[in-house]
Design a protein around this ligand. Sequence first.
Ligand code: ADP
Length: 424
Amino acid sequence: MGIRTVAVHSTADNDAMHVRLADEAVCIGPPSAKDSYLNKAAILSAATITGADAIHPGYGFLSENADFASMVEEHGFTFIGPSPDHIRMMGDKITAKLAVKSAGIPCVPGSEGALDTEEAALECAEQIGYPVLIKATAGGGGKGMKVARNADELRESFNLARNEAKSAFGNADCYMEKYLGHPRHIEMQILADNYGNVVHLGERDCSLQRRHQKVLEEAPSPALTAAQRESIGNIASAAIKKLGYRNAGTIEFLFENGEFFFIEMNTRLQVEHPITEAITGIDLVREQIRIAAGAPLGYEQKDVKFQGHAFECRVNAEDSQTFIPSPGRITNYHTPGGLGVRVDSGMYAGYRIPPHYDSMIAKLIVTGNTRAEALMRLRRALGEYVIDGVKTTLPLHNRLTQDQDFVNGDYDIHWLEKFVARSN
Ligand code: ADP
């Protein structure tokens, strides 16, 4: 877009590729995230001294922090994302559920709000039926969830869940949902401008998860019919319009026996956004910037065309069997390429992966005209990808993409854990 960019970074990321490639880079603090990437004042100072117009929050750290979004606007910068009010509304899972429900989105059966006492929890579980899931209102990143299969388990885990929520998220509030036995995780990508124009860009299937964290995603979902896609897409778009939401967002659902149930909304760009870009040809970050700059969307739902099939593998610096992080120096690095192959990464030979942050180091995105073609290409690309010096999850992706259930698209949110246990 011809916009000059300023990268911010901690001292641990002095050698990171984004720091080398940006027009300007500003160090905002020491390795500890709370003193750098979560340091709101340091980021605003960096914006001030470089004369920045707008701040893109990425998809970690402060990207769903309503206070940060407010501070950005108060200091005269544009926040590339939704309004602070919408971030706040969706950041609390109870207010989020109430809001989307009133806007016509179906939710997982569960408690109306937070459950304060064990008695209230037991009563609610009797009503919705076991098994149930206790979830932290302020939870995220797959953390703060406990399954209870009967009243004894619920008695055991309810106060534990509250205490854990308090120490992990600073908020003890927990609510309850019916625990679904074999759902898929299906999420709808939404774009909305400041003038009430909303489109959906189809779904992503993110059912392949480990510890409630996504490992490999695909679009479109092999489990949806065109009619189901259209129906949930229209419901999602209508709700977004009703809520007055703007910019990019993702509505996450569990999908079981042909029914969709809302679980949460992400008010930011998501890690797996490239597979949507791959099948729609729409650059989501560019759209986020255009919308934040006040441009109208400029197209309607009927103009959004879905073409082909895409997969994304999250490559983590971790042991592919124990998932223990493996930071350290990359000694040799070779990326796959060719038609339909995209690697989003800042890695290079000689780079030292710092131990301080998330272990995801690359995303491999592969597109084909059909699912079968994309899968062939994905296997070839995985075979060509060389990352030496640290352990990675590439061997897991290699095994996974050879598995017959995966080839058939036949998996739910619990499948990968069983696959990992089986292949260890
Ligand atoms: P987080 O904000 O931590 O990502 P989510 O509410 O998005 O939490 O849930 C993360 C994952 O946990 C889902 O993708 C799904 O695998 C599982 N999960 C969440 N709610 C339920 C439920 N009611 N039944 C079964 N699994 C669930």
